[in-house]
Design a protein around this ligand. Structure first.
Ligand SMILES: NC(=O)c1ccc[n+]([C@@H]2O[C@H](COP(=O)([O-])OP(=O)(O)OC[C@H]3O[C@@H](n4cnc5c(N)ncnc54)[C@H](O)[C@@H]3O)[C@@H](O)[C@H]2O)c1
Length: 262
């Protein structure tokens, strides 16, 4: 295996669970120095242990991505610990609403938008300047944002979440244009994968899919590995000429013309 992240730093938000933990373990195998952030320190320490077992250097940090102060401190500490941050994975996110748009609460709107959209914007703002000045060739760095198929096609079952993820896809395009030619910015849109967002309960997730008549063309549900592989591709030299794109990784839900819950 080519350890293409050797000598390179990677920051992953939401690294205590799900895709974030999966990315951290894979990046450790690829030789990266890791900065792992989350609000859940107990679970983040579990991820720390797993990546140390792979031989990675790691800094873990409690950081709420909705707070500019905490995000700025995260960036300061990251660059003080490692001499570069080549990959930024904007992964922290929540799925809180299961009500119609008209019945949704202001509290859920604010929490969802603050974590899922404002959080990614703040983390990009805190890291981009130093990333851009790095001397790596041909790119100084790479950003990877987590969107969702609910951001590709509005999903009335999770409308506030869906709107926040549409924002992530837009944010990705804006950042890609602004940070070119030094930094590429792409996003990944998972479909249905059992993680903390479904309380690790496959029954809850499959029930949600059935309620909406959602099927994958490939006839199975998604795994964490399905997403980690695409994040790895976007962190690798194989994707150096790609920026501003959204990668739908859903087993064919969107392309099969079976929009979730419509
Ligand atoms: N699981 C899916 O099927 C699916 C589908 C589409 C998109 N996504 C997206 O994937 C990303 C990762 O989610 P996951 O499925 O691995 O869920 P998860 O719940 O397992 O992991 C999310 C992590 O984000 C952390 N987090 C929450 N709020 C935070 C905050 N304010 N600051 C810092 N960290 C915070 C959580 O503590 C948790 O560790 C999210 O952006 C989610 O919207 C997931």
């Amino acid at each position: 295996m080519e350890k293409f992240l050797e000598g390179k730093g990677a920051i992953i938000t939401g690294a205590a669970s799900g895709f974030g933990r999966g990315d951290a373990i894979r990046f450790a195998e690829l030789g990266a120095n890791l900065v792992l952030a989350d609000v859940n320190m107990e679970k983040l320490e579990e991820t720390e242990k797993l990546v140390k077992e792979k031989g990675a250097e790691v800094l873990i940090k409690k950081c709420d991505v909705t707070s500019w102060e905490e995000v700025r401190n995260l960036a300061k500490e990251a660059f003080a610990t490692f001499d570069n941050i080549y990959v930024l994975v904007n992964n922290a996110g929540v799925g809180l609403d299961f009500k119609s748009i008209i019945a949704g609460s202001e509290d859920i709107w604010d929490k969802t938008f603050n974590i899922n959209l404002k959080g990614q914007w703040l983390v990009a703002k805190a890291f981009y300047r130093k990333m851009k000045m790095q001397k790596f060739e041909p790119l100084a760095g790479k950003m990877i944002n987590m969107a969702s198929i609910a951001g590709v096609k509005i999903d009335p079952y999770i409308p506030i979440y869906s709107l926040s993820k549409m924002g992530v896809i837009g944010l990705t395009e804006l950042l890609a244009a602004q940070l070119a030619p030094k930094i590429t910015v792409n996003c990944v849109s998972p479909g249905y994968h059992v993680t903390g967002i479904y309380n690790w309960d496959e029954k809850i997730m499959v029930g949600t899919m059935e309620a909406g008549g959602v099927k994958t063309l490939l006839d199975r549900i998604g795994t964490i590995e399905d997403i980690v592989k695409v994040v790895e591709f976007l962190a690798s030299p194989a994707s150096d000429f790609i920026t501003g794109q959204n990668f739908v990784v859903d087993g064919g839900i969107v392309s099969g013309g079976v929009p979730s819950h419509l």
